[in-house]
Design a protein around this ligand. Structure first.
Ligand SMILES: Nc1ncnc2c1ncn2[C@@H]1O[C@H](COP(=O)(O)OP(=O)(O)OP(=O)(O)O)[C@@H](O)[C@H]1O
Ligand SMILES: [Mg+2]
Length: 285
């Protein structure tokens, strides 16, 4: 092939491939349009915030991106690869992880054991489940596993609680363990559905600050869905706002804060009739 065969579009060498992207996603549940033509991009090593009122479609979008909900139309790309037709476990293998709103932890296991379990599941240590069920002694950890889990504990500031059973942990720490379990698979991107719900102000700040640190220390990206708008806007690099299943704004946190439609539809600012009439259907910031 001659060097002249491929012509690069202008600017493409600098173009950053999003670690995860939804393109024109629509979802119908019977007569309900849960999502209509929603597009979102999550850049590498970043936090992408996703906010919107109850029922706006945030969890549905996470379901589509993670492979649990098939879209009626649209595409999902993971690191540039079209994974729309791939099931959730294939996407997980390609580097996607998620947490659920309610931490589902094993009361009898310690923090470290949760991370070891997740580490081994991600790397297919086959005797794992029978060991757990039959109460056999765990396989001894290899160096890579020990180092990897230690690094996770450190990244999450959980070293001091490593051997504590999760049963007695405050919710804030349980959420960190959940994030740790997701990170144990060394994902490119983690989808977090309301990780701050039920946390007090300090716990929320700590968790959000930890996510922020992890974007650079682990090179991972997060999609952060939460009702705590202030924290999402403070900590995200980019923000998408959904309302009634449609993107009403997307951009930097400052752009989103200043957006009239967001202020009236979501942040509760009164907008007079004239201003409201001027708002066009698909106006993005
Ligand atoms: N499995 C389902 N079957 C039917 N309708 C559904 C289903 N899941 C969600 N919906 C509807 O789709 C819309 C979007 O719901 P979704 O749960 O995605 O919103 P959300 O933004 O996550 O809300 P919340 O902030 O309350 O978690 C809502 O009208 C909801 O009732
Ligand atoms: Mg939801």
């Amino acid at each position: 092939m001659s060097t002249g065969d491929i012509s690069e579009p202008a600017g493409s060498p600098e173009a950053v491939v999003p670690v995860l992207a939804g393109e024109g996603i629509s979802v119908r549940f019977g007569g309900i349009k849960a999502l209509t033509d929603v597009s979102i991009e999550i850049p590498p090593r970043s936090i992408a915030g996703l906010i919107g009122p109850n029922g706006a479609g945030k969890s549905t979008l996470i379901g589509v991106l993670s492979g649990l909900i098939p879209p009626t139309s649209g595409r999902v790309r993971l690191a540039g690869v079209d994974v729309t037709s791939q099931p959730a476990h294939m996407r997980a293998r390609r580097g996607m992880a998620r947490t659920f709103q309610q931490p589902e932890l094993f009361a009898g296991l310690s923090v470290r054991e949760h991370l070891v379990l997740a580490w081994r599941i991600a790397r297919k240590r086959s005797r794992l489940w029978t060991d757990l069920v039959l109460g056999r002694a765990w396989k001894p950890a290899g160096t890579a596993e020990r180092d990897g889990v230690d690094r996770l504990l450190e990244g999450l500031s959980l070293q001091k609680l490593a051997n504590a059973p999760v049963a007695g942990l405050p919710l804030g720490y349980s959420r960190l363990v959940e994030v740790g379990r997701a990170l144990a698979a060394s994902p490119r991107v983690v989808l977090l559905d309301e990780p701050l719900s039920g946390l007090n102000g300090d716990e929320s700040e700590h968790l959000a600050g930890t996510l922020f640190e992890l974007t650079s220390s682990e090179g991972v990206s997060f999609l952060l869905v939460d009702h705590d708008v202030d924290i999402v806007l403070d900590r995200s690099d980019t923000v998408t706002v959904l309302d009634f299943g449609q993107v009403i704004a997307s951009g930097s946190p400052d752009q989103v804060r200043a957006n009239e439609r967001v202020r009236s539809a979501y942040l509760g600012d009164p907008v007079d009739g004239a201003a409201k009439a001027e708002e066009t259907e698909d106006e993005h910031v």
